[in-house]
Design a protein around this ligand. Sequence first.
Ligand code: HEC
Length: 148
Amino acid sequence: MRRMTGFPSLRLGLPIPLLVALLSAFALAGCGAAAGDPVQGEALYRQETIGERGAPGCTTCHSLEPGEVKVGPSHAGVGARAAERVRSPEYAGEATDAAGYLRESILDPDADVVGGFDPGVMYGKYEEVLRESQVDDLVAFLLTLQSD
Ligand code: HEC
């Protein structure tokens, strides 16, 4: 009879790197780290209305064209700007990284107001009408916007 020694993974025949990758993925999901889907996020972003109560969609006020101001700032390059803003001494919110900044911008728009824009203008109830996974997806999409 064979002695059962070694890691369980070896007995399962799964390669260790795959196992490590799977475990890290579970760990990340458990920590609530941005597990969003950027493709879903872009689809949500482009909807005319969003969320349970038909809240105004992002493109009502935001453009993806560089420099095009509708009601709010253009989102061209916002992923890169988020990373800079969160490190700037003027930043007034509580996020510590780009994903956190974008999440905060959606859920608590007045925590930090983009220069040249007024507080209280961005729709302020996304926290109530969007599911957590929808916010994750939007953040994942905005993070992909890295250049103007
Ligand atoms: C009614 C208009 C309006 C709608 C709708 C709106 N926004 Fe905004 N948004 C603004 C304004 C105005 C600002 C700038 C003032 C501020 O920082 O709150 C802004 C700022 C932002 C910022 C920070 C941008 C930067 O350059 O740092 C992000 C990110 C953002 N909005 C995401 C969204 C997303 C995602 C949606 C859709 C779920 C959305 N917004 C819907 C008006 C809007």
